[in-house]
Design a protein around this ligand. Structure first.
Ligand SMILES: Nc1ncnc2c1ncn2[C@@H]1O[C@H](COP(=O)(O)OP(=O)(O)OP(=O)(O)O)[C@@H](O)[C@H]1O
Ligand SMILES: [Mg+2]
Length: 585
């Protein structure tokens, strides 16, 4: 077949151009695609890069954040621990302050109390609620002068501290001693914001010291009493002896006889007082025996009537057979001390003192049960009485409200000491008239067993014989020579033992009995008697001494020993008795 070439060629050309176009287009498309693919890849890469960068940043951020959070948590924990530590130490400090054995009081700069600790509450008796917001003025006892307070404030305001002693008042009105330091407290800025007072309660220590001082004072009194007792007893011996002589001269019942009786009673009281003072200071043992209480009261009342203002009436109870177990001198001392106090309380104006006795059916529980029970002796007066707060203090030794030289403050201390020695007790109260009432509970003794408080003066035994009397005190030797001569004896009195011994040696058989003082200069009574007994081994002897009786070392029969001041009656009896066996043999 013949194909039209032209048309074919034309068709081919068309085809070629179409193909070329298509190829061009496809190439372009390809190139475009390639181009687009590149862009895409780049975009992808960029995107991926960005993503990686973002991830890196994010992880860095997360890391940093995590680290910061960790640090913050650690810091927070540290801070919490520190705060807990501070709180613990603050609590500890607060406990130390609160439970401190020292009293602590904190005020602001205006002196207003902001804090007191427990010890302060205990020492002062004030609860903190009552004192916070107050100034410490309520503690002032008045002992510290105003100027001292001014000085304290001046020092504190200057930033200095003050140290010293305060006697502070307790809530109950009693007082306590505090050794105190007061200092300013400054804040971190250096400004004073409070004052703190730290005190040590030294009341017990001061009381112990006072007690020692009192004991020393008593010891001094004891020494003094011991020192003067000997001389005093010698003087009293003469007074009692002379009064005895004078009484014999005086007409019975005369005014003179009464005056002499008073001298005698007063001298015996002085004798008892000396013994009492010695006993009080040295706590000498007493001799308890049944004593008729009414007799003792009567005797004390007689003595008081003579000594006090006549405007004061002394009432004594009607006699009843009640006996107490007591030392005679001590019982007398109790009655006289209570009676004298009552009279002194009444003073110059009219008044009355009443002694009364009863047998309490229910004695205080702190007294032991006794088969014979207890006796209560009361002394009431219509004086001013004793305020409640002073009732314990009146028993303190040397406590007195009387002017210097009037009261020694020993009276009630002696009464209490003596009553306690007897096992009893003393009570203070108010009398029906509003004055003071002192009651002592004493151990009772079986009725009918009691002795008379004062020996019967009527039975002075007389005798005869030759006596040798030796005492270095001329007045004693002279007085008692006369006393003994009045009793019927012949007496050779000497003041020097050596001369007495010489006289004795000349005619040893002439002497029936020797009376001698024990302590004498040159030669003692025991030495003298020892020498005499070398010649007369059975020579009867009576010794007297102004000192505490010690065991006397003598050959032969034991002598009678009398204490100075010598009572003429005791001497008469002793001489009488000592001569009896000699007469019999
Ligand atoms: N009956 C009383 N009425 C009022 N006060 C009394 C009475 N008895 C004692 N007092 C008070 O007790 C104080 C102490 O008495 P106390 O007998 O111990 O000593 P004093 O009488 O002062 O001295 P002293 O007795 O040693 O001479 C007295 O100073 C007085 O204040
Ligand atoms: Mg007194």
């Amino acid at each position: 077949m013949r194909v039209d070439d032209a048309r074919a060629i034309a068709g081919l050309a068309t085809l070629e151009s179409v193909w070329r176009d298509a190829r061009r287009q496809s190439t372009a498309r390809l190139i475009d695609a390639v181009r687009r693919g590149e862009t895409l890849t780049i975009t992808g890469f960029v995107a991926m890069f960005l993503l990686v960068v973002a991830a890196a940043i994010l992880s860095t951020l997360i890391f940093v954040l995590a680290r910061n959070v960790r640090r913050s948590v650690a810091r927070l924990a540290e801070e919490l621990a520190a705060r807990a530590r501070v709180e613990r130490s603050e609590k500890l400090l607060a406990e130390v302050v609160e439970q401190s054995p020292a009293t602590i009081l904190i005020t602001d700069t205006g002196g207003i109390i902001r804090y007191v600790n427990r010890r302060f509450e205990q020492a002062s008796g004030w609860p903190r609620e009552d004192v916070i917001g107050q100034t410490p003025k309520f503690l002032e006892s008045g002992d510290t002068p105003r100027d001292d307070y001014k000085e304290i404030w001046r020092l504190l305001r200057n930033g200095d501290r003050w140290q010293g002693l305060f006697r502070n008042l307790r809530r109950d009105g009693s007082s306590f001693w505090v050794d105190t330091v007061i200092l300013p407290l400054r804040g971190t800025d250096g400004v004073i914001h409070s004052y703190v007072g730290v005190g040590e309660d030294i009341t017990d220590r001061r009381e112990a010291r006072d007690q020692v001082a009192r004991a020393q004072k008593l010891e001094a009194v004891g020494l003094l009493a011991g020192g003067i007792a000997h001389d005093f007893n010698n003087i009293l011996t003469t007074i009692i002896g002379s009064a005895h002589l004078a009484a014999e001269e005086a007409a019975t019942g005369s005014e003179q006889a009464q005056d002499i009786a008073q001298i005698s009673i007063a001298a015996r009281r002085a004798k008892a007082l000396v013994r009492q003072l010695l006993g009080f200071a040295r706590r000498e043992t007493s001799k308890s025996e049944p004593i008729k209480l009414y007799g003792a009261i009567g005797e004390a009342a007689d003595l008081l009537r003579a000594a006090i203002a006549p405007t004061i009436l002394i009432e004594t109870p009607d006699d009843a057979p009640i006996c107490v177990l007591a030392d005679q001198t001590h019982l007398h001392q109790i009655l006289i001390n209570l009676g004298t106090n009552a009279a002194e309380a009444i003073g110059e104006r009219p008044g009355s003192i009443r002694f009364s006795v009863d047998r309490p059916t229910d004695p205080p529980a702190d007294l032991p049960d006794r088969p014979d029970g207890w006796v209560q002796l009361c002394v009431d007066d219509d004086g001013p009485g004793i305020p409640e707060v002073e009732r314990q203090r009146v028993f303190d030794a040397f406590y007195t409200t009387k002017p210097l030289g009037k009261g020694s403050g020993l009276g009630l201390a002696v009464v209490q000491g003596l009553v306690q020695d007897m096992g009893g007790l003393v009570r203070i109260g108010t009398s029906p008239e509003g004055g003071a009432r002192f009651c002592v509970l004493l151990p009772a003794a079986a009725a009918g067993s009691g002795q008379r408080a004062v020996p019967d003066a009527g039975v002075v035994p007389h005798g005869h014989g030759r006596l040798l009397l030796v005492d270095d005190r001329t007045e004693i030797a002279a007085t008692f020579r006369r006393v003994l001569e009045r009793l019927g004896y012949r007496v050779d009195a000497f003041t020097a033992p050596e001369i007495a011994l010489k006289a004795f040696r000349e005619k040893p058989d002439r002497v029936d009995l020797v009376i001698s003082d024990v302590v004498m200069p040159g030669m003692s009574g025991t030495e003298l008697v020892t020498e005499m007994r070398k010649l007369r081994p059975d020579l009867p002897v009576v010794l007297w001494t102004g000192f505490k009786r010690a065991a006397l070392d003598l050959p032969g029969p034991a002598p009678a020993v009398l204490s100075k001041p010598v009572d003429p009656l005791d001497l008469a009896r002793a001489v009488h008795e000592a001569l009896l066996p000699a007469k019999q043999s």
